[in-house]
Design a protein around this ligand. Structure first.
Ligand SMILES: Nc1ncnc2c1ncn2[C@@H]1O[C@H](COP(=O)(O)OP(=O)(O)OP(=O)(O)O)[C@@H](O)[C@H]1O
Ligand SMILES: [Mg+2]
Length: 399
């Protein structure tokens, strides 16, 4: 939905409220700002678009602030999201996991695994010696790359790998919606609680999905609330110097991350997680059909050759679809019920390579000028991310 349409009713309340302020009818103004926030909340409930949600959150919070400002008696003004009240809105985001997945569950990416061993596993499993040799240890790593290609899986496997050696690394998986809250101060509180809990349970890895929405630039126009949250994030980051906590941020849009976060002491390492290559695709298909009723003759390398441009998640889906076809035959008492080559081909045909859309999006966001000969990186995008364009170029040949 268009933000303009979403906000047309709330904005009409804001206009009336502004008018009331000009006429010095401050209580009326306060009530109208509150109405604006309430009607924006209705729009918030209807949209599933993250950007729109963020925009609306800011809008709601700003208007609640204004409602409170013009009528201090209404200090407790909140808009209720469903049945919850403002206190309950502070989430318990302290649940963690001790992952059992290891690098064996992740196909390919040998050099990335080595990199992760040095940058993530060593500092959390052997912090004392690591400090003696390397210093304060790395505190944060950004994993970036296309969707469905193993960032979350790699992060979990890194914790699982660390635990193989007898450590007990806790893994906190945090989505932006776990942190963000539309009431003033609550998001910052969520962030603080998270870091405090990880400190109590160290060694720990905190994994932030879509980290650009918490540490994003849209720098200059960050609203007060988002700035407060980003500042809280930075300060919590700075407080883990002497703790065995590693922060991993994952994003598909690394150029959106505020450079204040990408520096020594915060996210000091960037790891590109690319689409799976031929070998990795064969292995992903193998991993995701392990233990299933599969025809022994299946040549995964051949299937991998047909799936360039498919993400790990796409390949997992193809395995499921192929399995379902064979299972249907089994239910119909067919003799030929093993998952066979033709089932995989049908699965491939049915699934569109999701990286196609990613390629288009990346070009749109990264490149200025005519593609491909006169292209230049958009202002503010680091040369480091050119590696993404190389991958896009290779994939575009097949789409
Ligand atoms: N290299 C791989 N080996 C095995 N499975 C993989 C691999 N890459 C992806 N997958 C499978 O694809 C699914 C999606 O992977 P994952 O969630 O790690 O992607 P992501 O990069 O975090 O995506 P997003 O950016 O959308 O969060 C997982 O369930 C995983 O099983
Ligand atoms: Mg992920």
């Amino acid at each position: 939905m268009d933000s303009f349409i979403l906000l047309s009713l709330p904005q009409s309340y804001v206009k009336l409220a502004n008018k009331a302020v000009r006429e010095n009818k401050l209580k009326v103004a306060s009530a109208l700002y509150f109405k604006a926030a309430e009607s924006a909340l209705e729009a918030y409930k209807k949209t599933h678009d993250n950007e729109e949600k963020e925009y609306l959150e800011d809008f709601i919070r700003n208007n609640i602030d204004l409602a409170r400002y013009y009528n201090p008696a209404k200090k407790e003004a909140t808009v209720s999201k469903g049945k919850s009240n403002s206190k309950k809105e502070i989430k318990d985001i302290t649940a963690f996991d001790i992952p059992s997945k290891t690098f064996e569950d992740v196909a390919g990416m040998q050099s990335i695994k080595k990199d992760i061993e040095k940058k993530i596993i060593w500092p959390v499993t052997d912090p004392e010696d690591y400090r003696k040799y390397v210093g304060g240890g790395c505190r944060g790593v950004i994993m970036y790359g296309p969707p469905g290609c193993g960032k979350t899986l790699l992060a979990k496997a890194a914790a699982g790998e660390a635990n193989k050696s007898g450590s007990s690394v806790k893994f906190y998986k945090v989505d932006q919606s776990d942190i963000k809250n539309m009431y003033v101060g609550n998001s910052e509180q969520n962030m603080r609680n998270l870091f405090e809990n990880a400190a109590k349970n160290q060694p720990a890895i905190i994994f932030f999905d879509e980290v650009d929405s918490l540490a994003g630039t849209r720098g200059k126009d960050l609203s007060g609330h988002r700035k407060d949250l980003a500042n809280e994030f930075k300060s919590d980051f700075d407080d883990i110097t002497d703790k065995t906590i590693l922060v991993i941020g994952a994003t598909n849009h690394p150029w959106n991350i505020d450079s204040a976060f990408v520096r020594p002491g915060r996210f000091e390492e960037l790891i590109f997680v690319p689409p799976p290559d031929l070998e990795a695709r064969a292995k992903i298909l193998e991993i995701h059909t392990k233990g299933r009723e599969i025809d022994n003759e299946i040549d995964f390398n051949k299937l991998a050759g047909l799936t360039k441009g498919y993400s790990g998640a796409d390949l997992e889906k193809i395995c499921k679809d192929a399995g379902l076809l064979a299972y249907e035959r089994k239910r119909n008492n067919s003799e030929n019920s093993k998952i066979n080559y033709s089932d995989f081909l049908k699965g491939i045909e049915k699934t569109k390579p999701s990286l196609k859309q990613w390629c288009a999006e990346v070009k749109d966001q990264m490149i200025d000028g005519r593609y491909p000969d006169k292209r230049v990186l958009r202002k503010g995008i680091s040369e480091e991310f050119k590696v993404i364009l190389d991958v896009v170029d290779q994939l575009e040949d097949i789409f």
